[in-house]
Design a protein around this ligand. Structure first.
Ligand code: HEC
Ligand code: CU
Length: 230
């Protein structure tokens, strides 16, 4: 459903030509190859990221590999889908995006090309407005990782209504499993996730949810869900 573009191919060719030019330069005909290199510079006319909150983070983390057209050519995506895209860049394409940048980048992407989920949007269904609008409170997203046989962050506090994405970054399988102590039933359970596997859960009700890994009982974490502020 998501169509990639051909930009990376162009980029790779241009890059290869640049490298070839640079390698050739010292030995043979320096002047000729120098002008050759200039003629190969990448077209700067690719689509730019538009102004908005956290723009700098996006430029620093996303512009390395491809242009902003990748973002603007998508249909509007929901917050969960944008979070998935950013995590995919990291898991599948090895983008080095710091954990604390993911949520902010997703905020930016939502403001640029986001689809507000039609489900429980409490107050403002922020319609297409020219100026970027901060995501409505209550439709927030957060991420928890299983990494190095630990949950990161081990304790996460979110407002009710937040979608939490659980991601396994380890080679080993992990699960995110919470059991209701009063009746022994699962509060939530991601099931086994392999490396790169992710699972999302919407925390609708306030409360403290302690969870563990089914395979590694020493892995423990908790999600504290606070009542909606409205
Ligand atoms: C390490 C390189 C790299 C970085 C950094 C990177 N991407 Fe990508 N991105 C890719 C590759 C590779 C593709 C797939 C290209 C293809 O198939 O033509 C892609 C594709 C996409 C697509 C198209 C949909 C899809 O899933 O294929 C979107 C949207 C996207 N990237 C957004 C982003 C955003 C937002 C960031 C910054 C948070 C980012 N990318 C950072 C490498 C990267
Ligand atoms: Cu585990």
């Amino acid at each position: 459903m998501i169509r990639p573009l051909i930009a990376p191919v162009t980029f790779c060719l241009a890059f290869a030509a640049l490298v070839a030019g640079a390698v050739g330069a010292p030995s043979a005909a320096p002047k000729a190859s120098a002008s050759h290199v200039v003629s190969i510079t990448m077209p700067a006319a690719v689509v730019d990221y538009k102004p908005g909150a956290n723009l700098a983070l996006v430029q620093a983390n996303c512009a390395v590999c491809h242009g902003a057209d990748y973002v603007y050519n998508q249909p509007p995506l929901t917050k969960a889908q944008w979070t998935g895209e950013v995590l995919k860049m990291r898991n599948a394409y090895k983008a080095t995006i710091p954990d604390d940048a993911v949520e902010k980048i997703v905020e930016y992407l939502m403001a640029q090309n986001g689809k507000v989920a039609s489900a429980p949007a409490p107050t403002a269904v922020v319609a297409q407005s020219a100026t970027p609008v901060p995501a409505p409170a209550g439709a927030a997203a957060a991420i928890v990782q299983a990494k190095g046989f630990k949950f990161l962050p081990a304790s996460l506090t979110v407002a009710a209504g937040t979608t939490v994405t659980f991601v396994n970054e380890d080679e080993a399988q992990h699960s995110f499993t919470a059991v209701d102590k009063t009746n022994g039933k699962p509060n939530f359970d991601s099931g086994e996730l392999s490396k790169g596997g992710k699972w999302t859960h919407v925390f609708a009700k306030a409360g403290t949810y302690e969870y563990f890994c089914d395979d590694h009982a020493f892995m423990k974490g908790k999600i504290v869900v606070t009542a909606p502020s409205s």
